[in-house]
Design a binder for this molecule. Sequence first.
Ligand SMILES: *Cc1c(COP(=O)(O)O)cnc(C)c1O
Length: 344
Amino acid sequence: MELNDVLRLVRKNIINLAPYSTARDEYKGKLGVFLDANENPYENRYNRYPDPRQLELKGIISGFKGVAVENMFIGNGSDEAIDLCYRIFCTPGKDNAVAIAPSYGMYRVAADINDVEVREVQLGADFSLPVKELLAACDENTKLMFICSPNNPSGNSFPMEQMLELVSSFKGMVVVDEAYIDFASQPSLLTVLDSHKNLIILQTLSKAYGLAGLRLGLAFADAEIMSIFAKVKYPYNINLAGMERAKELLARDVKSEIEQLKSERERVAEALAAMPCVEKVFPSDANFLLVRVGDARALYDALINEQVIVRDRSRIKGCEGTLRITLGKPEENDRMLAIVKNWK
Ligand SMILES: *Cc1c(COP(=O)(O)O)cnc(C)c1O
């Protein structure tokens, strides 16, 4: 799609929106006597408003993601980016979105809050991407399509060609949620971002980067789309304390943690697969394993009794009889494995 066609998908009121102009938008210098923002002048580290554009943190993220600052949005978790997609592209009560299922629950919750219909399309056998069915579910009011790869809770990645087929064929925005991409064996769609104007990629600092408590979600897209995100978001959506801590913590190397989690993924999957009560361990490109055990609730309770908490996914269509188990430290995984082994 051309950029002009993409901009036509944006709601009229958003295109016409005159954003709130902050004091820091009008004067960008660092030195001076600041009598413009009604702040308290007595220094305590946080007495000044933070940079609404988060340029310093974006510069750091740009350094390791290889994406220009103009193509980036930082939100209060990915959830803010998901909500903004609906608010920017979907007129409540009229437009709709298509999403894969089973997948991340926020696509539906954010849609419900915005009074937008979500058409969920069930994944195929072995959680394959139902390309034809997804396209068939769209009509002229479909503005968004949510794909999650690697997918939560199934753990698998979808083939790049299939996702690109959706991006090329669908006449709306394709949102590819790559929250778990740093654990995946296949590359990110970031490499093709430049050539696909209707593509929005979501990532997060919550998983591989270990910063879930700071609430920093990322979106990547064409610079024009990102400037629309910037004008719709709350002006100071990321606070100064969070940005400072992120700056410090992103300086450390998470590669060894990621490698350790990936090697635990192999070890724990093999150990689980060998246990009589385990029917199937689904292949995972993420930092969790989806495991089919039959009476998932009973095993969940047995684990809880020993203070090991996993996620019961057994009531989700397509995930019957399954638990989703996040990979922890080796000794934590061992504790979980011992309970599963001795169960029944
Ligand atoms: C965990 C997760 C996120 C991350 O959410 P944050 O709000 O950034 O913490 C996004 N998408 C999926 C599919 C997830 O599982």
